[in-house]
Design a binder for this molecule. Structure first.
Ligand SMILES: [Zn+2]
Length: 338
């Protein structure tokens, strides 16, 4: 280990369960963070400070003013420039720890690209806001034998659990199906920064332990930062008939269907069924005749009240101002075409 690393990480190295050998494992670790919102931006900052060798940040979204209350990596200037979160995160992380390699992937994790975006990592951290993506990560984890750490938060409440393939229950063992009916979201129930950072902190601690020892706490932890209650139960037992980790039916990974997804945390719908490359500067020229357009090479933002469209080069569009996929599709068709 380099002398400067020995000094920089000295407080972690002096923690006897890590030591110099453990720190070297952290420096060698390759970690994917799926989602760089409240959970992901805390995870990224904490893992960069801990010295993780490679962080691959996968996020489809851009920074908004309403993110700044809880998304630790981002600043007002990122929101003003509407930078993609992965790009803004990479810039900030380089200032926190220039020794960490950060790969910014401005993309939505889907069945079609999961194999590529998650390849070559030792560990996956969940910073997503929806069950569809979590089941996709869970399928990948079971198929490729890569551990992942589930985490979720809404309101003042959150939970975290490590999934180690073949050794602990997977997400599908615990919840065979996604929750049905309306669920509280960050949009409807709000979300507190302390809840997301506590969940992310539990995930990062489990990540460090996994990297250093190959094991993680075998606990499902739930926490409510408002009531102050913290509950832990032993990891549920593995389901011997589990679709994912026992029968190896990777329904989510094998599903190439791409549907519009309502976003968590604001009044918006993402359209990705039309995925096809878009020439942003050409589109900017076209839309500038109708309303205000801003384009920065990573994304294009077009305002047409009551909607705001954000267009990405891969053809994805986020339509803000509705939660109705039908309305979003029609707005898409009206301004982007197809
Ligand atoms: Zn399972």
């Amino acid at each position: 280990m380099l002398e400067r690393d020995r000094d920089r990480y000295s407080r972690q190295i002096r923690f006897s369960a890590i030591g110099e050998a453990g720190q070297q494992r952290i420096i060698d670790a390759r970690i994917a963070l799926v989602g760089c919102g409240a959970l992901g931006s805390f995870q990224a900052a904490a893992l960069a400070r801990a010295g993780a060798g490679l962080l691959r940040i996968i996020d489809r979204d851009y920074v908004e003013a309403s993110n700044l209350q809880r998304q630790w990596l981002f600043e007002e200037s990122d929101a003003a420039a509407a930078l993609p979160k992965a790009i803004a995160a990479r810039a900030r992380l380089a200032r926190i720890n220039s020794g960490v390699r950060v790969e910014a992937e401005v993309a939505d994790l889907t069945a079609a690209n999961a194999g590529e975006l998650l390849s070559g990592v030792d560990l996956i951290l969940d910073g997503t806001d929806n069950f569809e993506t979590r089941y996709l990560i869970n399928d990948y984890s079971a198929r490729e034998n890569v551990p992942w750490i589930y985490g979720a938060a809404v309101g003042s409440y959150g939970l975290a659990m490590a999934v180690i393939p073949g050794r602990t229950a997977c997400l599908a063992c615990v919840y065979p199906d996604p929750p049905s009916g309306a669920q509280p979201t960050c949009e409807t129930a709000g979300v507190l920064g302390p809840a997301t950072s506590l969940v992310a902190s539990l995930q990062v601690a489990a990540a460090l332990k996994l990297i250093v020892t190959g094991d993680a706490p075998r606990l499902l932890t739930t926490v409510d930062v408002w009531s102050g209650e913290l509950r832990q139960i032993s990891n549920p037992a593995r389901d011997p008939k589990c679709r994912a980790c026992a029968r190896h039916e990777f329904t989510y990974l094998n599903n190439s269907r791409r549907t519009p997804v309502s976003m968590c945390g604001r009044d918006a719908v993402q359209i990705h069924e039309h995925a096809r490359p878009v020439d942003l500067s050409e589109l900017a020229e076209r839309l500038a005749r109708i309303g205000p357009v801003r384009e920065n090479g990573f994304a294009l933002r077009f305002e047409t009240p009551p909607w705001v469209l954000t267009v990405f080069p891969d053809g994805r569009v986020i339509v803000k101002g509705t939660t109705d996929p039908g309305v979003a599709r029609s707005v898409y068709a009206r301004y982007i075409g197809g």
